[in-house]
Design a protein around this ligand. Structure first.
Ligand SMILES: [Fe+2]
Length: 178
């Protein structure tokens, strides 16, 4: 599968439904097919930063986007939400995802469990009502994910949490320049 076919498929899926569970299930199938096809990202979108993980825009559409997220070994995200749906496919390396219940009030976050995803694996990371996690890169090589979101994930205002207190800080992740 080439990238354009994948993007056309996602556009059709997003246009055909408002049901996040339906959209993420179908996008996950297509992302899995893209990874299985041996698709290769442009090299400039696979470079980690020594300071923090980076988000490169692969495709920005109206109401959804595809991001390439690159971690150097050992880098991790804070606990955060997305305010939309998201599907993550692992292009190289491995990531450990720690999931939390989305808080409905003040207080410490409740951890739901963790799982490791490796190259070729795809997971529905989020729907708007279930979107709180942190991610750790767990490989000797850079961890690279292809992420599809139901919003422009570089500009959407979303929550960062202190899991010990539940305190929220709003932030926008921004996009990095390849
Ligand atoms: Fe995330």
């Amino acid at each position: 599968m080439n990238l354009q076919t994948f993007l056309d498929d996602v556009a059709s899926i997003v246009a055909a439904s408002d049901d996040e569970n339906e959209i993420t299930k179908r996008v996950a199938e297509r992302l899995s097919a893209l990874l299985d096809s041996g698709y290769r990202l442009p090299r400039e979108l696979t470079r980690p930063s020594p300071d923090h993980h980076v988000n490169y825009p692969l495709h920005l559409a109206s109401g959804w986007c595809v991001a390439v997220v690159v971690w150097a070994p050992g880098q991790r995200t804070p606990v955060h939400g997305h305010e939309t749906w998201g599907v993550v496919g692992i292009y190289s390396g491995a990531e450990r995802e720690i999931r939390y219940a989305k808080p409905t009030g003040p207080g410490p976050l409740v951890e739901l469990g963790e799982q490791v995803f490796r190259r070729g694996e795809v997971t529905v990371c989020c729907t708007t009502d279930d979107d709180v996690h942190s991610v750790v890169a767990e490989s000797d090589e850079p961890t690279i994910g292809i992420h599809v979101y139901g919003a422009d994930i570089g500009t959407v205002e979303r929550r960062r949490y202190d899991p010990a207190t539940g305190e929220v800080q709003w932030f926008a992740g921004g996009w990095h320049t390849p």
